[in-house]
Design a binder for this molecule. Structure first.
Ligand code: FE2
Length: 406
């Protein structure tokens, strides 16, 4: 009898699961927005084939025409998945586009026959279509951005810091690592910080990620690039926005690869060697050389005495010194530090705390970095001026905050 009851409940739960409606569970959100492209990602509760419809930002209704559709179709097959990542290429620089995302459930695929289920899509009937604007370094004479780091899954803190940094008026946001303490599964990733980011800005405003050492931990860590996909496939990249070329670097772990904490599963020394080789070439590009300001975004600072920090100092700093970068923006230490050029580092290193937000403005002549605490008070102001012959950096005395963890 017990077996019959169990079989009945099993049948009912399978039947209910089969009837569960297809829904978008997280997103959409923008990644790697550049002059001519953007990646849009979202997730669904069931396997689906997905596409984006794109419309110009004119006064027409989204339903005026059938809008062009864009799929993710590597090797010629449309992707069927619960994680949907579609790259839009060949866009016009400095242009606003409206978009709608769609997913259609794939019920079965046998031989050449595919059976489809219901469709889920973002709303363009009751709600305004989502939109994004591509970058244009020629026209973007002035830019603003906000940087947070070391959030470690605290959504209230993330929301408060973004608001204190006036994220709604910024052009884009940097997440400079350790947004969660480890990567266990998709729900933890979104529940830890991304759902908050999507609610506050990430559907329409680009966010750029510099991975921290904590994002490299946990059995879900190797899937990080699937959710923060990069056109180059790398987690380190150059980004040109207005007068600034950002050199976004990936730090890896903080202890030696052989440490007991990593259970023999990491190889970051070799990874950083490959990153160094990439950096050497990237710093010779016109994208970097022609930019009035050169800003490094790197979670782990190149000082502190731990193995990872020493790797930053020995592998990246000599190249960055030679390339005359203006400033490096870090996190990781859970305290605020404004370090003047010293000890073989020829540029200032600003370490943002886990309880402060960095708000930056840049035009062709000045880069202004404001550090703001949880109460909205200004902790520090760093201003870097151009042209280089009159370069002037103002350092105000830092207020250090203490924390043991990092
Ligand atoms: Fe860290």
């Amino acid at each position: 009898m017990k077996h019959l009851i169990f079989a009945f409940f099993l049948f009912v739960s399978v039947a209910v699961a089969a009837q569960e409606k297809l829904v978008i569970t997280h997103g959409p959100y923008l990644q790697h927005l550049g002059e001519n492209g953007v990646t849009i990602l979202w997730t669904t509760n069931k396997d689906a084939v997905s596409w984006i419809e794109l419309a110009p930002d004119d006064s027409t209704h989204f339903y005026l025409n059938e809008r062009p559709k864009y799929y993710s179709a590597e090797y010629g097959f449309k992707d069927v998945s619960t994680v949907h990542s579609i790259r839009l290429n060949n866009l016009k620089a400095g242009t606003t586009y409206r978009y709608r995302v769609y997913s259609q459930e794939v019920l079965s695929h046998q031989g050449t026959k595919v059976q489809y289920g219901t469709v889920a899509a973002t709303n363009v009937y009751r709600g305004k279509p989502l939109q994004f604007a591509t970058a244009d370094p020629e026209k973007e004479k002035k830019i603003s951005f906000v940087m947070v780091n070391d959030i470690h899954g605290r959504n209230d803190l993330l929301e408060n810091l973004l608001k204190k940094g006036a994220n709604e008026t910024a052009d884009f946001i940097f997440f400079n690592g350790d947004m969660v303490s480890d990567m266990q599964n998709e729900e933890q990733l979104f529940g830890g910080f991304m759902d908050t980011a999507i609610r506050l800005f990430a559907k329409e405003k680009p966010m750029y990620y510099a991975r921290g050492n904590h994002e490299t931990r946990g059995n879900f860590a190797s899937t990080f690039p699937k959710y923060f996909t990069s056109p180059s496939g790398k987690l380190y990249y150059l980004l040109r926005r207005g007068p600034v070329c950002f050199v976004v670097l990936d730090c890896g772990e903080d202890k030696p690869d052989s440490d007991i904490e990593y259970s023999g599963i990491v190889a970051f020394d070799a990874y950083r060697d490959a990153e160094k080789a990439w950096l050497k070439e990237a710093l010779k590009s016109s994208e970097f050389i022609d930019a009035p300001f050169k800003v490094v975004v790197l979670h782990m600072p190149p000082f502190g005495g731990w193995h990872g920090e020493e790797e930053m100092a020995s592998k990246f700093v000599p190249l960055l010194n030679e390339a005359k970068v203006d400033v490096m923006l870090c996190g990781h230490l859970h305290r605020y530090i404004n370090q003047k050029p010293s000890n073989g580092i020829n540029f200032p290193v600003i370490v943002n705390s886990n309880t402060t937000v960095l708000r930056a403005e840049a035009d062709g002549e000045r880069l202004s970095l404001k550090i703001i605490n949880e109460k909205g008070e200004q902790v520090d102001l760093i201003q870097i001026s151009k042209p280089e012959s009159t370069s002037k950096t103002i350092f105000l005395p830092p207020k250090h905050e203490n924390s043991k963890s990092r």
